[in-house]
Design a protein around this ligand. Structure first.
Ligand code: M6R
Length: 603
């Protein structure tokens, strides 16, 4: 939530910062702003709304500067408005800051500063940082930042500039991500790697309360006792192209289409060599008597699918918990519990809190993460990486699919280590997983029927998703995807639950999407389908074991044959495309749905 970027070097900072903000807009898009330093002082431009509004403003009110900071906002304190946009300046216009996070004690700090005659102009928590920094400033920005950091409670990633020390940018973070990019033409601070990829793949990952002093040709790190720190410069393997749309209208469609390759890369890393395989091979599953999977949103749904794979294969209890609940529930876990954290960003505040709670209770933690160097990846005992590359669309697709295959492979390998499946069975199951990229590629060649059907669905006020067993778990993801980007109300139900309440919502021309990849349960889900049709519903039936015949109330999308345990990797492709095309037909801003942000770094 919120993206920040800073640049200092020998080029005009304005276009560089605007380009960087474009790459960060997925983190928040309520407003955007930029402040640059030049010989006249700070030049600031801020605009409510999308980044395009800021660009248009700068077009008509040009500014230049050799160093600057920019911000794209997801509002927490104070409505989206020009005045609440970042950067924020102290009242003497000497210090400018951009902030991602929440300052929990901002009211107390604000009151103290107001008592000393300082006037605030915004309703944000962030302005207190600029005002406090200016209040403390004694000619030494490092010293000032240390005092500010010691006064703040909450979470922050900060970019700070002082007019009196124009040769440097300061970066510091706690519980929100920040990287430092290093290049020939200058140096960067940023919330995320895609913001700097056009300029460099050489980055430092900042840890909590480490302070970076960034000049045009150097970067130095200190702790809050002002002691110098040695950090390792890392090479990012993501290409600059991977953060571009590549000719697609939306990142979401591009990312859906990338899935065969991503599945292939992720499966290879876990089966044929590479760090994922080493970690999976080294894990001693026999020491655990329980697995807890905890995550948010789609990552939680991946955990729900995984439960239906782990339990029958490993015969080990698997609990799946929303991270936002797990962190407060006093979970019954100990050193014999394996807690699996699933997160694309590796920065989701609730998942981080759940991870820390699990560690506090002595559980062993394993994360499945997409972003290298992210907090969850760094703090868990073991990390498996999904090789999905940068995922820009707010609605996750390719990272979710990559999470699924890693979870399947873990389940199969654990089952083998626990002696629950024979070596030939393990081989057969791994071969079934290895066949998924080809099947997904086949499905992605047949998008026409999904697109056509979706074009008839834009008028629905509500759409239900049903399935049984593992099909129910993936129905949850289908429902989330639809509501997230199309703004159509949607719920997922286990088919058997319909008659316990939900069926009262079914009326003439309600749409029900039913999933059927569990052949042994086909008759059960089919009778749910008949029940809703007989009450007037229309049904989109998606599966690979459907025996019904299409009619005016029943449309069918056939999936390739697949082992039931791994079939969600196929049904989810249709569900993603369905949601995408419904939203596209409604003309919505698919990559940046309202009120959402890609990386939910606040609670
Ligand atoms: O980065 P994470 O995987 O931890 O994010 C978790 C959720 O915020 C995320 O999956 C969200 O639900 C997606 N926007 C769904 O498409």
């Amino acid at each position: 939530m919120c993206g920040i970027i800073g640049y200092i070097g020998n080029e005009n900072a304005v276009p560089i910062i605007l380009e960087g903000l474009k790459k960060l807009e997925y983190r928040g898009y309520d407003s955007a702003g930029i402040a640059v330093m030049n010989k006249d002082g700070f030049a600031v431009a801020k605009q409510k709304g999308r980044l395009s509004a800021l660009e248009a403003f700068i077009e008509s009110h040009p500014l230049t500067g050799f160093a600057g900071i920019g911000h794209t906002r997801w509002a927490t304190h104070g409505e989206p408005s020009d005045i609440n946009s970042h950067p924020h300046l102290g009242s003497r216009n000497k210090i400018a800051i951009v902030h991602n996070g929440i300052i929990e004690n901002y009211r107390q700090l604000k009151e103290r500063l107001e008592q000393r005659g300082i006037t605030f102009v915004s309703q944000t928590d962030s302005e207190v940082i600029a005002q406090l920094a200016e209040y403390y400033y004694n000619g030494d920005i490092m010293d000032t930042v240390i005092r500010v950091v010691n006064a703040l409670e909450g979470s922050y990633a900060l970019g700070i500039m002082s007019l009196d020390e124009p040769d440097k940018l300061i970066a510091v973070k706690k519980d929100n991500p920040l990287i430092i990019g290093v290049s020939e033409k200058g140096n960067f601070i940023a919330s995320d790697v895609p913001a700097v990829l056009a300029h460099t793949n050489q980055v430092f990952y900042l840890n909590d309360k480490e302070i970076a002093v960034v000049t045009g040709d150097s970067v130095q790190f200190y702790n809050t006792d002002r002691e110098p720190l040695q950090k390792t410069l890392e090479t990012v393997t993501w290409s600059a192209d991977s953060a571009e749309k590549g000719g697609y209208e939306h990142f979401m469609l591009k990312e859906i289409m990338e899935q065969p390759q991503i599945l292939q890369d992720t499966i290879n890393s876990a089966l044929s060599g590479g760090d994922n395989k080493l970690i999976i091979d080294s894990l001693d599953i026999n020491r655990f008597n329980k697995i807890v999977i905890t995550a948010c949103g789609s990552a939680y749904n991946a955990g729900m699918v995984a439960k239906y794979v782990f339990e029958p294969l490993c015969r080990l209890p698997v609990e799946v918990e929303l991270a936002s609940e797990f962190r407060y529930k006093d979970a019954i876990i100990d050193q014999n519990t394996l807690v699996i954290l699933v997160s694309q960003s590796g920065e989701t505040a609730d998942t981080i809190a759940a991870m820390r709670e699990a560690k506090r209770k002595g559980a062993v933690t394993l994360s499945i993460v997409n972003v290298v160097g992210s907090t969850i990846a760094r703090e868990t005992d073991y990390t498996l990486y999904t090789l999905a590359g940068p995922e820009i669309a707010v609605a996750t697709t390719k990272a979710f699919s990559a999470q699924l295959v890693l979870l399947y492979i873990l389940a199969v390998r654990f089952a083998a280590k626990r002696g629950r499946i024979s070596p030939p069975k393990e081989k057969q199951l791994l071969a079934a997983i290895a066949s998924l990229p080809g099947k997904v590629a086949t499905l992605l060649k047949q998008t026409d029927s999904i697109q056509k059907y979706a074009s008839t669905c834009v008028g629905y006020k509500s759409i239900f998703f049903i399935g049984r067993n593992i099909d129910y778990a993936i129905a949850m993801e289908g429902s989330l995807k639809l509501k997230e980007i199309s703004y159509i109300h949607s719920e997922a139900y286990a088919g058997g639950e319909l008659k316990h309440g939900t069926i009262s919502l079914v009326e003439e021309d309600t749409l029900v999407v039913a999933i059927s990849c569990c052949e042994r349960l086909y008759d059960k889900i089919n009778s749910n389908v008949e029940q809703v049709i007989s009450r007037g519903a229309k049904v989109l039936f998606i599966g690979n074991c459907i025996k019904a015949t299409p009619n005016e109330k029943l449309a069918i999308i056939e999936l390739p044959e697949a082992n039931e345990l791994f079939s969600p990797s196929l049904s989810v492709i249709v569900l993603q495309l369905f949601s995408y095309y419904v939203a596209a037909n409604k003309g919505l801003d698919i990559d940046k749905p309202r009120n959402l942000a890609k990386s939910v770094t606040v609670e």
